[in-house]
Write a protein that binds this ligand. Sequence first.
Ligand SMILES: [Mn+2]
Length: 434
Amino acid sequence: MTLSKEIYQARRRQLMAALPDNTVAVIRAGELCTRNNDCDYEFRPNSSFYYLTGFSEPSAVLFILGDGTSHLAVLPKDPEREQWDGFRHGITGAMQDFGMDQAVELDELDDLALELLDGASDIALLMADEYLRDQALAWRDALAAKARMGAVAPVSLLDLSDPLFEMRLIKDAAEIEIMEKAAQISVEAHKQAMKSVQPGMMEYQLEAELNYVFMKNGARVPAYNNIVASGSNACVLHYIKNDELIEDGDLILIDAGGELSCYASDITRTFPANGKFSEPQAKLYQVVLDAYHAGLAKMTVGAAYEDFHNAAVEVLTQGLVTHGLLQGDVADLIERKAYRDFYMHNTGHWLGLDVHDCGRYKVDGVSRPLEAGMVVTLEPGLYVNPDNESVDEQWRGIGIRIEDDILIREEGPYVLTHGLAKEIDDIEALMASR
Ligand SMILES: [Mn+2]
């Protein structure tokens, strides 16, 4: 799915309107990365660059002037390289198909930069891009060295992260449509995993079912490394080895989402390998599910970002006390963060072009209010370390997380990842239909 070039042009103008007058913004696509010898990883453009251009060839560098006028340095057309590596848009394509006012070949990058930056007050860039920071200073120095010939060097570097990330944080209708498609592809992948799991499989064999459904439906790559964790592997939060045997009686935690047009989806489900939750598994699962529902109720316009996390923590802590994993007064245990032994991550994050998307969580030191158009994950969990001897043996090694992607709307939260079982009965019924 691609958006019209007018959408990208409007984004570039909107960004520049948020920066001081006489600023030139520079942002780059990123470089191809070697996997081994002469094999590269598949290229995936920098999310912010892609957000402003829709252009996904490596090495490209974008300059935007104050009025939104846009210049792109691109890989040249090269029949021989294209024979080996594939199509390039070249300068003509960059202008015609991507709405650039001017495009040049990459070997003219420095000339273009010096022409555009001469007389600009500031250079705005993503300050975290160390390489570009150095390059921008070199351009500044080159202009300063030509001062007697009339060149005027920019006086400062500005970080464009804040205005750009605030734009990316609020999704427009076109983005939401893509994100719901990505979410629904991932829903199908998780259904397929629940239907195909059998004790005796390797975790990566179950992972293959996810990748098959992602790709078959247009999500060429996962948005992040698939987590397929059986048994106590689920207690390792970023378990990606996925190379152990799935055993009868295990719970399986899958955290996986497809990427569509560079937009991420992010779903976690936890289900029994043999299709039926054991009693202790079901008890803790229900606590996490109740925390999910308590969190979802707080995902309304105007609620503070931290509210849904706090609501989930309260339910989780209460559940840990009810089942004897923690002892004491719930409010006091929350105050002392005693739940951290069993719940060590936050209950969500922004979602968009990056799975952990950009945007501030606090503004002026306080948790910011949720706004329509934000997409947030909701992902409470409980993880009982297999070596935790402070709890009864029946709980040890149980790891559970339930995660959906939530669009904040005026009329209330909308679950983009709708249609995927999470109630115990629904999961067992889906698995019984195998
Ligand atoms: Mn997540």
